[in-house]
Design a protein around this ligand. Sequence first.
Ligand code: LLP
Length: 441
Amino acid sequence: MNPPWPRTAVLHAEPPSQRLLALGGLGVEDLAERFGTPLYLLDRAELVGRMRAYRQVFGPQVDVVYAAKALCVAGVLQLATAEGLAIDVASAGELATAIRAEVPPERIVFHGNNKSVEELVAAAEYGVGRFVADSFVELERLSELGTVLDRDLTVLVRITPGIQADTHRSISTGQDDSKFGFSLSAGLAHEAVARALKLPGVELLGVHCHIGSQVFALEAFERAASLLAGLLGDVRDRHGVVLAELNLGGGPGIAYTDRERELPLERYAETLGAAVQAACDARGLPLPRLAVEPGRSIVGPAGVTLYTVGTVKKIPGVRTYLSVDGGMSDNPRPALYDARYTFAAAGRPPGDPSPETRTVAVAGKHCESGDLLARDVTLPADLAEGDLLAVAATGAYTFALASNYNRLPRPPVVLVGDGQAQVLVRRETLDEILARDVPLS
Ligand code: LLP
């Protein structure tokens, strides 16, 4: 095993001279030749292994809900469903993908701070299992919809617990100043619960929170779990209603580089379980049914992106820029969140691998200086034009955030395992991009 590389990665030598030779039993050069670059690869064994680990560690009494936003592709949702995971969607598009993947409606959790009425109708018509209500107006809309449909829509209320997670500010969501949820400390959480309990057409099943993403501090998860379980106690005391469900969101951090260590799943599960148990014991409450919503920690470590080096530009005394055939259009995370990744030369070098290394910047091909995948990364010195470059742990929030900046077609997503490659998303074509342009006549 070579984290942050997926479990079937065949690596040669040690960093920084390390080379990725194969994934899923297939040589990376063959994969690049067959599918072109940039190329998103998903290691099936890593992906399915992670789904199974979640199910096993949390056990049958906890629902594991895959947060589709991390990588919303029908094939991945099919695998998740087959492995017993439920699916979190956050838009009509993610819902449509879940429908295409034939996710059973009751296994879908519908999120979003601004779901449109059309989205709510589509979700209600499909029969999604849980609406996570995020505003008072949404509660009203759900109530009207449930009344019209003459069946109660099953709802969780999203709570902002007032916790600042140790992550990038763009992906921290538990603090009071957040567009998500009903603030506990401002009293909105109680108001939302009270409202939901009264509204016709709505059945309040429980509460939800999500404190942020790429979080390593177990104490933050622990505090959120305990505050939310405490809220269930308050609801019982105030309204005489015991809410049965507690969804604690996603967020466990993964390793992108060898300096990070993934949040251990067992400790994460134990921490959540113990915090909820303690809070419930203290209030004399029965244990609610727990759910967690991992996205990144399911798909992130299963992904590898392959690029081809196009140009190497050496600016004496300044820096060497190695430019690849993709960049911020297929992975905007370095530009958006200062995200760091692990890079390796891929495939066999033309001659003997040189033990020499040099520190370079890895640039994309887009028209802005911010389009850097890495500022300083040490790679074999002989990595040259035409060679392959691999990036580890790119399964989450890359394809999901991809754009057509500079009109680059988006790369394909290919699942690899046991020597087989399966296209989950084919490469976008220029014709597809141009098809939406309407020239003036
Ligand atoms: N549940 C809810 C309600 C969420 O909003 C999210 C992520 C998750 C679960 C899954 O969190 P995870 O286990 O993946 O950390 N684009 C950013 C990440 C945004 C996360 C959004 N919500 C990035 O690339 O880092």
